[in-house]
Design a binder for this molecule. Structure first.
Ligand code: PGA
Length: 255
């Protein structure tokens, strides 16, 4: 098991200018550099990757998407180009891409493979649309199996699974954060599926993190009681004060 929590800041299509992106990255870098026991990734808009990459040291650079090939694919970006820009992590299969851009399980599988085979750490998002009581949705298992189809065991150490129930993402109308208890049961389920696919040891090497309305106030319980191995953070990652506090809280739960 990876022993440092991973916090990934997903800035989505924010902020609007390179200047603001660089300023945000600088403040976060300053605020989190004293925390040694935690890995923090920022995923700015594609256009600002290089400018942000130049001003970070402790922070790692992430991309919000990847394409599975290089060549005649207008508007897309390949793993080689991302690596050239200093990217180490890539978010794959975010629900907003499924909802707004029609990303399918097959596309997510190709992207997952491209990221891992290209030597990037893949933050693969899975999550159900609706909450049905306290049930852990079997859709998570289906999504995982599709995404990992053809992925060799040797790549699992570079895989992080982000459990992001869509109903908990702050931009979903009526969103509310998940409970740590529900997160814990989702981890157990995800690890069980991974164990069935790859065996116990490989499954243990995969980090499972939580995303959906994570804040400085609830990160502690998600890591402690929910046993999440980190978080994927949207809205709170755009407010440097809140995000630095969140990372500080996470670092208290050093494993
Ligand atoms: P949120 O977003 O933290 O604003 O809920 C999380 C995400 O969409 O990755």
């Amino acid at each position: 098991m990876n022993n440092r929590s991973l916090i990934v800041a997903n800035w989505k299509a924010n902020p609007a200018t390179a200047k603001e992106a660089v300023a945000l990255a600088r403040s976060i870098e300053r605020g989190i550099s004293k925390y040694r026991n935690i890995e923090v990734v920022i995923a700015p808009p594609l256009l600002f990757l290089e400018a942000v990459g130049k001003v970070i040291k402790k922070l790692k650079l992430g991309a919000q998407d990847i394409f599975w090939d290089e060549g005649p694919y207008t508007g897309e970006v390949s793993w080689r180009e991302l690596k050239e820009a200093g990217v180490k992590y890539v978010i794959v299969g975010h629900s907003e891409r499924k909802i707004h851009l029609g990303e399918t399980d097959e596309m997510i599988n190709k992207k997952t493979r491209a990221a891992l085979e290209g030597g990037l750490t893949c933050v693969l998002c899975v999550g159900e649309q609706e909450r049905v009581g306290n049930e852990i949705s079997e859709i998570l298992g289906e999504q995982l199996k599709h995404a990992l189809d053809g992925v060799k065991k040797a790549y699992l150490k570079n895989l992080t699974v982000a459990y992001e129930p869509i109903w908990a993402i702050s931009t979903t109308p009526g969103a509310r954060a998940n409970t740590p208890d529900n997160m814990f049961r989702a981890i157990v389920y995800i690890k069980k599926i991974l164990t069935t696919l790859y065996g116990r040891r490989a499954a243990d090497s995969v980090r499972v993190i939580y995303g959906g309305s994570v804040s400085a106030d609830n990160i502690g319980p998600f890591l402690r009681e929910g046993k999440a191995e980190g978080a994927l953070v949207g809205r709170a990652s755009l407010d440097p004060k809140e995000f630095i506090k969140l990372v500080g809280e996470a670092s208290k739960t050093a494993r």
